[in-house]
Each structure stands twice: as structure tokens, then as C-alpha cells.
Design a protein around this ligand. Structure first.
Ligand code: NAP
Length: 246
């Protein structure tokens, strides 16, 4: 069997997903990634991945749509070969206090941020089991551990990822497969770029290291967790958050 590793990263066009895709490419993996609509950002990321000398497949795919996910995986595997590394990073926020939250914003966040993770795990896990080769990292959030006000939808989705990942880790461990969660704190990406100065200052008060993290801070841990160096680590939720306590 070829020793070439092949990673699939959801939400790889920008932010944490793009950093993870690039980091795994630096590690020598071929990389497939999906995104929602930012085609230009996706092409830029794909170009940077290919410059590292590995292959890259990328295409738009709504992670919330199970059939679209299955088609995306089929095309990615036809191009690169069987995927052995899955990193679920795609996610969205639609913040509002619960009493003001439109039902569609609840649904949108659960669909993209939680059901999307199920869709990719559900579509790839059987192949991983058959080949006894595969590793999964799901990107959650400290909001899923502590809860965050105005983010009941997001906190529920991320807590769902945490529970799902622990359960799946138990199901897959007998096949030699590992599942872990990376839970970032405040990270400098488009997702946090819109925070007002006031909210940003309040957030910073919660971070003992007194800075937001970088996408690379998160990618470094993902790189470790998907590698054989982490061969006895599974079912864990690891926070990359500068020591935050919400
Ligand atoms: P981001 O910069 O907003 O990027 C989000 C990525 O997800 C983009 O690639 C986007 O595609 C993709 N995406 C969103 N909805 C999708 C869908 N339905 N189908 C396919 N792709 C979709 O976000 P980020 O800050 O990098 O966040 C990445 C992950 O880390 C998320 O799960 C987020 O919840 C988590 N996280 C972030 C922070 C933070 O402070 N930034 C903290 C904790 C956890 P397009 O580019 O096409 O829109």
C-alpha cells in the first residue's frame, strides 16, 4: 500500500481550515478541501498548497447537504486516491441572545457546524474501518465547553461535536482509528474580524495570554494529532485558547 497520506479538510478556503490544509501539505500530504462560496480565496489556497509540491483537489460543497458531501468525496478520491485524514473545520456563527434568535439562525448553525461534521464522518468512516487506516480531527470551540452568551446555537453545535467525537472515538478505536477535537479560543480570522472594539477588549480580558491566537496556532496542533506522534491519543478535546476561561 502507498504510504502517501491524503487529507480532506472542510472549510479550507480561508481561516483555520486554510491554515490546516497548508500545514498538512507541508507535512507532505495531498490535500482535498471544500468550501461554500469563496472561489477566489479557495483558488489562492489551492495554489499555495500545490507550490508545496503536493496534489490538491478543491471544490464548493455545502457540508450540510449529505448528498453533496458524498459526491464531493467521490470526486476527491477519484482524483487523489483514498482519503485517510479528515479535518472538519467548516463552521458558521449567527449570534443573538436566545430570546431574539430566529429559528432559521438556529437551524443554519446546527446544519453547517454540527450536521456537516456528521455528514463527513458518516461518509468516510466505513472506508477508514475497512482499510484500518484513518484519523479524524473535528474543530469545535471553547464555546462548546463553557457556553458563550449570544451563542446558544453555536455552543450547542460545538458541544454536539464534542460528544459525537468522544462516542465515535470509542466506536473506531478497535479498528486502530483515532478521533480527537481541537477547541480553539479567539483566533484571528474573518469570523472574529467583525467584533467591535468593545467586544474585542472584553474577550481579551478573558485570555491570560492577552492576545488572540493565529490560525497557525491551531494548525500546529492538528498536524500533531493526525500524525503517528499522537498514536495513543483519542477521544480528547484539546483547547488552543491562550488559557481562556469563559
Ligand atoms: P472562517 O474564516 O469564517 O472560515 C469558515 C470556512 O468554512 C470557510 O472556508 C467557509 O467557506 C467554510 N464554510 C462555512 N460554511 C460552510 C458550508 N455550509 N459548507 C462548506 N463550507 C463552509 O472561520 P474560521 O474562523 O476559520 O473557523 C473555522 C472553524 O473554527 C469553525 O468551525 C469555527 O467555528 C471554529 N472556531 C473558530 C474560532 C475563531 O475565533 N475564529 C474560535 C473557535 C472555533 P467560504 O470561504 O466559501 O465561505
Amino acid at each position: 500500500m502507498s504510504t502517501q497520506r491524503r487529507a480532506l479538510v472542510t472549510g479550507g478556503s480561508r481561516g483555520i481550515g486554510a491554515s490546516v490544509a497548508l500545514r498538512l501539505a507541508q507535512d507532505g500530504m495531498d490535500v482535498a478541501f471544500c468550501y461554500r462560496s469563496e472561489k477566489e480565496r479557495a483558488e489562492e489556497t489551492a495554489e499555495r498548497i500545490r507550490e508545496l509540491g503536493v496534489r490538491c483537489f478543491h471544490a464548493p460543497c455545502d457540508v450540510a447537504d449529505f448528498e453533496a458531501v458524498q459526491s464531493f468525496i467521490k470526486e476527491a478520491e477519484a482524483d487523489l486516491g483514498p482519503i485517510d485524514t479528515l479535518v472538519n473545520s467548516a463552521g458558521i456563527v449567527r449570534d443573538n441572545p436566545l430570546v431574539l434568535m430566529p429559528v432559521e439562525d438556529w437551524d443554519a448553525v446546527i446544519d453547517a457546524s454540527l450536521t456537516g461534521v456528521f455528514n463527513f464522518c458518516r461518509s468516510l468512516a466505513f472506508g477508514f474501518m475497512k482499510r484500518k487506516r484513518g484519523v479524524i480531527v473535528n474543530v469545535s470551540s471553547v464555546a462548546g465547553v463553557y457556553g458563550n452568551k449570544a451563542q446558544t446555537n453555536y455552543s450547542a453545535a460545538k458541544a454536539g461535536i464534542n460528544g459525537m467525537s468522544k462516542a465515535l472515538a470509542k466506536e473506531l478505536a478497535p479498528y486502530g482509528l483515532r478521533v480527537n477535537v481541537v477547541a480553539p479560543g479567539f483566533i484571528e480570522t474573518d469570523m472574529t474580524a467583525g467584533l467591535t472594539d468593545k467586544v474585542r477588549a472584553q474577550a481579551m480580558e478573558l485570555v491570560p495570554m492577552r492576545r488572540f491566537g493565529t490560525p497557525e496556532d491551531v494548525a500546529e496542533l492538528v498536524s500533531f494529532l493526525v500524525s503517528d506522534r499522537a498514536g495513543y491519543i483519542t477521544g480528547q478535546i484539546l483547547q488552543v485558547d491562550g488559557g481562556i476561561v469563559l
